[in-house]
Write a protein that binds this ligand. Structure first.
Ligand code: CMP
Length: 145
């Protein structure tokens, strides 16, 4: 097991539905430490940059409109095996396919408006964390801080 960081984004639908508290509660109850967090509204260009890996996909324009269409909450999370464990906690991208009891199964309305993003690999966790937070904005790994 390795201590890993993942970048979560509570998406604009999560803020609109006022589920920020509930989603963070589930994340903390699952053993993730919050190392950095802020509320921002991404520009279209920032959303396009974040999701550049999907730029050839048919949903890219709609996705980046949605992600820049309201405030979101990027969060740096740390835990042993954070990447895999966070993806298990949130469930499949499509809420109709997400396992019962997962965050997306319980709160998401569609494959696009799926409440929360999570990094899909340790290297993307690093890269995505750096997209929103310089290292000095990430708090040290001390117990329960
Ligand atoms: P996320 O985990 O943030 O990573 C890419 C996002 O693209 C994904 O969550 C969804 O919000 C969105 N997405 C993925 N597949 C589709 C799809 N088929 N149609 C619309 N949006 C999608």
């Amino acid at each position: 097991m390795a201590l890993e960081r993942t970048l979560a984004i509570l998406k604009p639908d999560c803020i609109r539905k006022e589920k920020v508290g509930e989603v963070l509660r589930r994340i903390q109850d699952a053993g993730f430490q919050i190392r950095a967090m802020k509320m921002i509204t991404m520009s279209k260009a920032e959303a396009e940059g974040f999701y550049a890996v999907h730029e050839d996909k048919p949903f890219f324009d709609d996705l980046t409109d949605f992600m820049s269409g309201g405030p979101c909450v990027p969060v740096v999370l740390e835990k042993e095996d954070a990447i895999a464990d966070f993806r298990a906690l949130i469930g499949a991208t499509d809420p109709d396919e997400a396992a019962e009891g997962t965050i997306r199964s319980d709160f998401a309305g569609s494959i696009q408006e799926n409440i929360v993003h999570g990094s899909d690999s340790p290297s993307n966790g690093q890269k995505e964390t750096g997209y929103f937070f310089p290292e000095h904005e990430i708090v040290a790994n001390t117990a329960n801080t």
